[in-house]
Ligand binder design. Structure first.
Ligand code: UDP
Length: 453
């Protein structure tokens, strides 16, 4: 392909687990088409790259491989976080090598490191290279704040017996409780490689030239303003689900199991869509409770369930519900949530999923699983009032049936629906001409492509 005449060379350092790398690639596509003379080298593990949609990339994006930290012949034991730990320990060295090889490939020094925010070591790396450092936080301002203020929260909180206390000493965190915070801030194993990474990240990010998220400012004005005062620059550029697309900025809709065709045949706001994201699944007993709740409520459903969990469904469930709903391993979630037939989203409250539900104007039933999920679920229920926590904190048949009724039928649900419609409208404004996200994207682009150093 033709060599772009490059002004600047941006190295993108992707985090190869969960939903981080597809979102970062999406943002990279948008930056690359907005600045065709800038070269973007996208550095990611072979495994994560193989899960991405890499055809139709603009010619100024080059995809490279970075080692995954697993030495040859090593067999993963399957311990949780093992792949992450091996990767993160080796990441500084492996990314240095990958950046050097991307530079020699095109004969051009890297002028900007645009990295997943987890990579705190990019601060020193960028300084050594005389490059700028731009960090992508793959979740919302609420969890960003919890990690930024980890030391302050640890100092203020004596963990025993204070799980209900709120974080009112931080602007914008008044309605969040200690028990909503991600593992590794004050609860869980504070010495794990994961907690350590997040802690170091919080300390390093104020040195970044810019930090960005895929949210929109109007969703969390107080948190946003506070982060703007803590970081050199803080940009909210989303929601990506509502940004206009060209063939070069967006992955084509992939619907291998025809869930869109199915949902199109259903009544307005009638369907429960169920998914817990790319990483987590509730334990088998809860999957059974979901299935039983669906059967006894008779609500039409689309359930995105990982192939390996299908055997945990009750015997005969799929046959008995053949007319009522579909269970498939993957759906085009953004499109489903935008479809008028979807009435409620049963979710783990991952940041992307939550924002996609807001973008579609769909109220939620929340069953937080890991990381930022607890904060997001709290915001859904008590700050934005656009959904509810699962009754009892875990799925039971009767609790789930009540929640479905509450959201789809009762007046409470109508209120949630009207609140989420208002947020959707604000999100639309943010991504339309002169909207906050459009202006923020320009600001981000300026920092990324500038050759200040
Ligand atoms: N997703 C999808 N189809 C599915 C399941 C998930 O497109 O069947 C997408 C979803 O739209 C979202 C992402 O996977 O963009 C999940 O990201 P999130 O931040 O919600 O959760 P994580 O997977 O990181 O826990």
């Amino acid at each position: 392909s033709e060599q772009p005449t490059t002004d600047s060379h941006v190295a993108i350092l992707a985090f190869p687990f969960g939903s981080h790398s597809p979102v970062l690639l999406d943002v990279t596509r948008r930056l690359a088409s907005a600045s065709p003379t800038t070269l973007f080298s996208f550095l990611n593990t072979a495994k994560s790259n193989s899960s991405l949609f890499l055809s139709d990339l603009p010619s100024n994006i080059r995809v490279h491989e970075v080692a995954d930290g697993v030495s040859e012949g090593y067999v993963l034991s399957g311990r949780p976080h093992e792949a992450f730990e091996l990767f993160i320990v080796a990441a500084p060295e492996n990314f240095r090598k990958a950046v050097a090889s991307a530079e020699s490939d095109v004969g051009k020094k890297v002028t900007c490191l645009l990295t997943d925010a987890f990579f705190w070591f990019a601060s020193d790396m960028a300084a050594e290279m005389k490059a700028t450092w731009v960090a992508f936080w793959a979740a919302g301002p609420n969890s960003m704040t919890a990690h930024l203020y980890t030391d302050r929260i640890r100092d203020a909180i004596e963990v025993d017996g204070c799980m209900e206390e709120t974080l009112g000493f931080i602007p914008g965190m008044e309605k969040y409780r200690v028990k909503d915070t991600p593992d590794g801030v004050v609860v869980g194993n504070l010495d794990s490689a994961f907690s350590d990474t997040l802690h170091r990240m919080g300390l390093a990010l104020p040195r970044a030239d810019a930090v960005f998220v895929t949210s929109f400012e109007e969703l969390d004005p107080t948190l946003t303003n506070n982060l703007k005062s803590e970081f050199k620059r803080f940009f909210s550029i989303g929601p990506l689900a509502l940004l206009s697309s060209t063939s070069q900025t967006e992955t084509p809709v992939q619907d291998p199991y025809n869930s869109l065709a199915w949902i199109k045949k259903q009544g307005t706001a009638s369907v429960a869509y169920i998914s817990f994201g790319t990483v987590m699944t509730p334990p088998p007993g809860e999957l059974v409770a979901i299935a039983e709740g669906l059967e006894s409520s008779n609500v039409p459903f689309v359930w995105s369930l990982k192939e390996k969990n299908m055997v945990q469904l009750p015997k005969g469930f799929l046959e008995r519900t053949r007319e009522q709903g579909i269970v498939v391993p993957w759906v085009p979630q953004v499109e489903l949530l935008k479809h008028e037939s979807t009435g409620v989203y049963v979710t783990h409250c991952g940041w992307n999923s939550m924002l996609e539900s807001v973008s579609g104007g769909v109220p939620m039933i929340c069953r937080p699983c890991i990381g930022d999920n607890g904060l997001n679920g709290r915001a859904v229920e008590v700050i934005w009032e656009i959904g509810m926590m699962i009754i009892g904190g875990v799925f039971t048949r009767d609790g789930f049936v009540k929640c479905l009724d509450q959201v789809l039928v009762q007046d409470d649900g109508k209120k949630m629906k009207s609140n989420v419609e208002k947020l959707r409208e604000q999100a639309h404004q943010a991504v339309s001409a002169k909207g906050s996200s459009v202006e923020n994207f320009k600001g981000l682009l300026d920092v990324v492509v500038s050759t200040l150093n």
